[in-house]
Write a protein that binds this ligand. Structure first.
Ligand code: PLP
Length: 294
């Protein structure tokens, strides 16, 4: 994933206006050092981010990503982002993306230790090639996330619904999944409910109904799942949010992990049990996800 461009952002206050948005951006060499050693994002993972899929230069679902950035900022007591400014940053780096699939990252860190303000930046890079995964699918194992389904209410400081930079646990879960011979994981709560994958949302199919775990604060509300549910409803399917017991995974007719850059990856095997993949239907979902979406 070669970085194509990087933009440092001097964050404006949420309601601040400017006639010269470009003056708040500084293009930097994506291969050169840009952060100071006092950065709290690198020292503590103290910050938030978004990954936006880009297809042929078109950034997908920008508003949903900006809304989630603002939600994460609120949960983490970070200053509210100026959405006009972040929208401008997305368009600026998207202009460097060119044909094919790319990924834009937006990062808002608490800043430098004892420093005056948050640090913010945006990057664009070419995306990995996920075309095989979208057709051949993935094997998934369930892994205990170690907290109960009501943890978000009793322990909001766990920041469970925020997309924070602290992804070490998510990456460790992926390594564990690989050790168990799978490609990916689905986290479960300690009291036996389905949560999400380390970098994706789970969608199950039961007949003509599509189900995803309720985003009740314990998981991220995925922008791809939101967009797919709109699309599925337009096609006449029923879409529902549910608190899903782990045992229900075994009775699903089909299942996918969905996310902004990999898009819809059909699950071929769940905890060693084969799941049916409807290749044609999955291709139609990915065709939709690859079409320009706002
Ligand atoms: N859940 C987690 C933990 C994630 O990291 C991600 C994406 O990175 C998702 C869900 C899916 O979110 P989105 O569809 O907005 O990419």
């Amino acid at each position: 994933m070669a970085l194509r461009t990087a933009l440092m952002i001097a964050p404006l206050g949420a309601d601040e206006t400017t006639d010269d948005l470009a003056a708040t951006f500084t293009t930097v060499d994506p291969a050169a050092p840009a952060l100071t050693v006092g950065e709290l994002s690198t020292q503590r993972g103290d910050g938030i981010f978004e990954s936006i899929g880009v297809v042929d230069g078109h950034p997908q679902e920008v508003e949903a990503h900006l809304e989630r950035l603002a939600h994460s900022a609120q949960l983490c007591d970070l200053p509210a982002p100026n959405l006009e400014q972040w929208r401008g940053a997305v368009l600026t780096v998207a202009a460097e993306c060119g044909p094919g699939e790319s990924v834009i990252k937006l990062i808002l860190s608490r800043g430098v230790e004892h420093g005056p303000s948050p640090t913010a930046w945006a990057t664009a890079a070419s995306a990995a090639d996920f075309s095989r995964v979208r057709t051949d699918g993935i094997r998934v194992v369930t892994l205990d996330r170690g907290y109960s389904i009501d943890a978000p209410a009793s322990a909001p400081w766990l920041l469970l619904g925020a997309k924070t930079l602290s992804y070490a646990v998510n990456m460790a879960a992926l390594r564990e999944a690989h050790r168990r011979g799978a490609d990916d994981a689905v986290f479960t709560s300690s009291d036996g409910y389905v949560l999400e994958a380390p970098t994706a949302t789970l969608i199950l199919r039961r007949g003509d109904t599509f189900v995803t775990p309720a985003p009740n604060g314990g998981i991220l509300h995925g922008t791809t799942q939101l967009s797919l549910f709109e699309h599925l409803a337009d096609r006449g399917f029923t879409t529902v949010y549910e608190t899903i017991p782990v045992a229900d995974l075994r009775t699903a007719d089909a299942a996918w992990l969905v996310s902004s850059v990999r898009l819809a990856a059909p699950i071929t095997e769940l905890d060693g049990a084969a799941l049916t993949v409807d290749a044609e239907f999955t291709a139609s979902l990915n065709d939709y996800l690859l079409s320009p979406r706002d």
